[in-house]
Design a binder for this molecule. Structure first.
Ligand SMILES: CC(C)(COP(=O)(O)OP(=O)(O)OC[C@H]1O[C@@H](n2cnc3c(N)ncnc32)[C@H](O)[C@@H]1OP(=O)(O)O)[C@@H](O)C(=O)NCCC(=O)NCCS
Length: 133
């Protein structure tokens, strides 16, 4: 997927703020502790426009490429699944990506999510995974 421009990033930050306020769940900012720069976003968020089922919670990850290969997405995913088990007992946890995103699929598989199907969402043909309790 193409990188976001500044307006799209602002809209996304606003969406995460709204998520925390209205859904009680949203993504965390990944911040480099040395430079204090934003280097990604990680964790859970609720999607109200997912075509397969109403308003599921998704676990997801985006990192600046310089931060790949260190296990950070997997670590955030592990913490997310722990929080999901503890605090969202009635919810299903899914994860969505495009079929060719090998790295994202590898994170899902490391966390124990399994392939469930395809969908067309936000203009993309996507695949989705889920985890059983
Ligand atoms: C998806 C994305 C976050 C995955 O990043 P990643 O670095 O592959 O995943 P992790 O942070 O979990 O790191 C796993 C890698 O770190 C290595 N690693 C190093 N230390 C590790 C540790 N302590 N624990 C786990 N893995 C570790 C693993 O062996 C693995 O390496 P590999 O790529 O050689 O197999 C990244 O590719 C990305 O931001 N892509 C662009 C955005 C995107 O597509 N997001 C998904 C949208 S659906």
């Amino acid at each position: 997927m193409p990188p976001h421009d500044l307006d799209a990033i602002r809209a996304q930050v606003e969406r995460f703020r709204r998520g925390w306020a209205e859904d009680g769940v949203s993504q965390w900012a990944a911040v480099d502790p040395e430079s204090e720069r934003l280097v990604g976003r990680l964790g859970m968020m609720r999607h109200h426009d997912w075509p397969v089922e109403p308003s599921p919670v998704e676990v997801g990850w985006v990192l600046d490429e310089r931060w790949w290969g260190r296990g950070l997405a997997t670590e955030a995913g592990r913490i997310s699944t722990e929080l999901w088990r503890e605090h969202l007992p009635d919810e299903r946890l899914i994860s969505i990506t495009v079929p060719e995103n090998r790295r994202s699929r590898a994170v899902m598989e490391r966390l124990g999510l399994t392939y469930r199907g395809t969908a067309h969402w936000h203009g993309y043909d996507v695949i989705w995974y889920a985890i059983d309790r």
